[in-house]
Design a binder for this molecule. Structure first.
Ligand code: ZN
Ligand code: ZN
Length: 357
């Protein structure tokens, strides 16, 4: 069985690199099993080197994949890594999105001239986009935990509660149920505030007749979930129910378009067309969805400019929204895994407009 590092080495050939220095902590975790926040890994055909600092030596001893050699701890991890490089001319790739200009300069200083540094983009992220069965299971468990926390919080009602209070309660409930942490700070946005896709919960009471957008997720065993439901507090005023139905229609169409071989931009277009055709295209200003895994936003993207083509093992959100400034917002988001025969929804909560007092 090939390890994740073995698969990364296969990609290195295509990137014309002999080895890669991995500095993104999430990628280090994915490749080595080490969950601490400070470590780097050097990976090549015959090279599995890991370096952390003294704070993490014990943790690394417990967690590190056995195929890796630990070097250090050293005051200077880059130096420890440099010592591990093979003799001869070497093209060493680095993660250009995860090495600062200063670190790059320090690295260059410490390496002999025979080592050429090449910026690489998205190699480990491409591997991470396709989840192994145990990763899908971890995401499923995170989604179930988040669903359970939501159900518990909502059972206490909406009207008269404050956005901030609900967001904190949701966070607390997820942690109480065993989550590492929330995947991100929950969004609870009521009435006109729901028209801000990234609204911050306010110290404002939810009143009857408003729509309430709740976007939340749990991180469990490192893996994230992400879900949004838009609920009606009390009854619904204005054309909230109509907009909710429109977003739901788009969401369901979007989910149905998820399949291995489908392009990210096609799936986006299917959902966007539903909203466009009823005159609200301008009010859906973000992409349809994103990959979810060790990070809550990762590849592949479902968006108008996405170059992604879906593959079995991708886990993506489908989250169309319509945002009417000054009036209301509706977003409905499910977490979906691409399978060999289609798709499976990991979010278990009802999507129809639910009235909660
Ligand atoms: Zn979300
Ligand atoms: Zn999302």
């Amino acid at each position: 069985m090939s390890t994740r590092a073995d698969r990364l080495v296969e990609l290195l050939a295509g990137a014309a690199a002999d080895a890669i220095l991995v500095t993104n902590p999430v990628n280090v975790r994915y490749l080595t099993g080490f969950t601490g926040s400070s470590a780097i890994a050097l990976i090549g055909p015959d090279m599995r080197v890991f370096a952390t600092d003294f704070r993490y030596v014990e943790q690394a001893a417990k967690e590190l994949d056995a195929s890796f050699d630990r070097v250090g701890p050293s005051q200077d991890r880059l130096e420890a890594i440099a010592d591990a490089l093979p003799a001869g001319d070497t093209r060493l790739g680095f993660e250009e999105a995860h090495l600062s200009v200063r670190e790059h300069a320090r690295l260059r200083e410490r390496l002999p001239d025979r080592i050429e540094l090449d910026g690489l983009h998205g190699l480990v992220e491409n591997l991470r986009a396709i989840k192994a069965p145990e990763e899908v299971a971890a995401i499923r468990a995170a989604a179930e935990l988040a669903d359970e926390a939501f159900a518990r919080i909502i059972s206490h009602g909406l009207v008269g509660h404050r956005e901030r209070e609900l967001a904190i309660a949701l966070e607390f409930e997820m942690r109480r149920l065993g989550a590492d942490r929330p995947s991100f700070e929950p969004i609870v946005a009521t009435g006109p505030h729901g028209a801000l896709p990234h609204a911050r919960p306010r110290d404002v009471e939810i009143t009857s007749g408003e729509l309430v957008v709740i976007d939340w997720g749990a991180q469990l065993g490192g893996y994230c979930s992400d879900c949004t439901r838009t609920l009606a507090a009390g009854s619904v005023n204005g054309h909230g129910a109509e907009i909710h139905q429109l977003v739901l229609d788009a969401q369901i169409k979007g989910v149905q378009a998820i399949a291995a071989g489908a392009a990210g931009r096609e799936v986006d277009a299917v959902a966007r067309h539903v909203i466009d055709s009823r005159g609200h295209g301008e009010r859906f200003g973000h992409g349809l969805g994103h990959g979810v895994g060790l990070e809550v936003h990762e590849d592949p993207r479902l968006a108008q400019r996405s170059d992604a083509v879906l593959e079995p093992g991708n886990v993506v959100t489908v989250e169309p929204g319509v945002y009417l400034p000054g009036e209301l917002g509706v977003r409905i988001e499910d977490l979906v895994v691409v399978t060999g025969s289609g798709r499976e929804i990991l979010s278990g909560l009802a999507k129809e407009l639910t009235v909660i007092d």
